[in-house]
Design a protein around this ligand. Structure first.
Ligand code: SAH
Ligand code: SF4
Ligand code: F3S
Length: 472
């Protein structure tokens, strides 16, 4: 047994997977390998670990890479922290609340005697403080995930490692999945330095991953039955590797066998061009879904945020998107209470929400982030006022979301069955061709495409009933 220094439990799990599925097993980790008992495969696990993920879709995609690193090292992921000897947190620093939650969870886990690795954006930004306060056994940034298995298994006690390293993880494959929808980070980091945002400090400069590495990851997911893939980046329109830009990447990815639905996140409105939209409209697999964070509809505030566009330019681009994709599902991010935001600025945002008619919005109250430009700006909006504006904005957007959903009731649409519904037995989460989520009032096979009638609303969610015929 090569993990002689490990005192954790050894768990055996009988799985139906063939040993050949583990082609990514690093050479030299022989003890992790399997014993083939006919059709059954025995995996030996030497530690149980709970992985907790906070933050954005990039962190969710990273969690699949971390899962792969854990599995390859013989560490089993469990679904309850109580079952684990160790806990790994992939953290987020974008708002104070996200940090507070991770900090609290890490403390509780340490109090229960678990080994705690706090990794991700907060690890990079708050490392020294976290170590000093004893919030975790090890603290790692988003470019140091490869060290997680060794730290868990007690093979590397060197603490914080090299927080200056820059990674793409291009050579890694994500963990195996049963899901029909998946995401792949095609670039990491951000160069934009919007004045409120910690991401460029936490994730470092933009780096794009080479196409051959991406194709390996995409094919790997498609081979497992994934049908829908999102290409991710904090500013995905800035993808560039050699001569390849995002539009060429989308065109090539769409040609991969088995890929039915292709999306991309997150688009910076400044970088969206008419030419790009025109070429996107020629990609049959591309979801008619655009997430274009507006943040604020006041040009004065946008300038202070250093977003690089004004409201008129934003609305012009929405016009291009709508004429190329008349059935587009449009979502955005909005922030209220940025330093200096007046009542008039805020009302411009309220008006824009109604005029533009977003189908969905993520909405936030400004949270002051140490080290960012905005943290030094005078004219802070009082916290209670930020909360009031947020509540009013949410009410306004909910009204718009509902109105836009109501317009679809009574129509027949093709739906893609994406996942079991989180609540309610016998229901499934499905998506229209433009990615709009609906609740399908029936069980159906994951990945199935079928015709459904949109029969009504429950809250703001659209309820769909399948018609008899299956599309695929
Ligand atoms: N890269 C994406 C956004 C990443 S962060 C983009 O540029 O659109 C996701 C969202 O969190 C942002 O769009 C913004 O609305 C919000 N956000 C970022 N920093 C914040 C802060 N300091 N306070 C409140 N919300 C913030
Ligand atoms: Fe943050 Fe702006 Fe980069 Fe988005 S584009 S991650 S908001 S700095
Ligand atoms: Fe949060 Fe880091 Fe994403 S700060 S929003 S997890 S890039």
């Amino acid at each position: 047994m090569c993990y002689g220094d490990v005192t954790g439990v050894i768990s055996l799990e009988l799985g139906a997977q063939a040993p050949g599925n583990y082609e990514n097993t690093p050479e030299g980790y022989g003890c992790y390998g399997g014993v083939d008992y006919g059709a059954r495969f025995v995996r030996i696990f030497i530690m149980d670990c709970f992985l907790k993920v906070y933050g954005c879709q990039m962190n969710a995609a990273d969690s699949h890479l971390v899962s792969r690193l854990l599995a390859d090292a013989g560490i089993r992921e469990v679904s309850e922290p109580s079952e684990a000897q160790a806990v790994v947190l992939l953290t987020c620093s974008v708002r104070q609340h996200a940090e507070d939650r991770a900090w609290g969870f890490a403390r509780t886990m340490r109090g229960l005697g678990k080994k705690v690795i706090l990794a991700g954006c907060m690890g990079k930004l708050r490392g020294n403080e976290l170590v000093r306060e004893g919030a975790a056994d090890f603290v790692l940034g988003p470019d140091e995930y490869r060290r997680i298995p060794d730290l868990l298994l007690g093979r590397d006690g060197s603490g914080q490692g090299n927080p200056e390293s820059l990674e793409t993880y291009g050579d890694l494959l994500p963990a195996t999945t049963n899901s029909v929808s998946a995401s792949v980070a095609v670039m990491r980091g951000c160069n934009n330095f919007c004045t409120y945002c910690v991401v460029p400090y936490a994730r470092g400069p933009e780096r794009s991953i080479a196409y051959p590495d991406l194709e390996r990851q995409l094919r790997y997911l498609l081979d497992q039955g994934v049908k829908e893939i999102f290409l991710l980046g904090q500013n995905v329109l800035a993808y560039r590797h050699g001569d390849m830009k995002l539009i060429e990447l989308l065109e090539r990815a769409a040609r991969l066998e088995g890929l039915d639905r292709l999306g991309f996140l997150t688009s910076h409105p400044r970088d969206l061009s008419c030419e790009m939209i025109r070429r996107m409209a020629d990609i049959p697999q591309l979801l008619h879904f655009f997430h274009l964070p507006l943040q604020s509809a006041s040009d004065r505030v946008l300038k202070q945020m250093r977003r690089g566009y004004g409201l008129a330019e934003y609305e012009e681009k929405i016009g291009w998107v709508r004429s190329a994709f008349p059935d587009v599902y449009l979502s955005t991010d909005l922030m209220v209470g940025f330093p200096g935001e007046s009542e008039e600025d805020f009302e411009l945002t309220l008006d824009a929400v109604r005029r533009i008619g977003f189908d969905f919005a993520y909405m936030f109250a400004y949270s002051e982030r140490p080290g960012t430009k905005a943290a030094d700006m005078a004219e802070k909006v009082p916290v209670a006022e930020r909360k009031r504006r947020l509540a009013e904005l949410i009410d306004r957007q909910n009204e718009v979301t509902r109105r836009r959903a109501e317009g679809l009731v009574g129509t027949e649409e093709e739906v893609f069955v994406a996942a079991p519904a989180p609540r309610g037995k016998g229901a499934m989460l499905a998506e229209l061709k433009n990615y709009r989520p609906v609740i399908l009032n029936h069980t159906a096979r994951l990945g199935q495409r079928l015709q459904a009638r949109l029969v009504g609303l429950r809250g703001r969610s659209i309820i769909a009933e399948p018609l008899a015929k299956e599309v695929a």
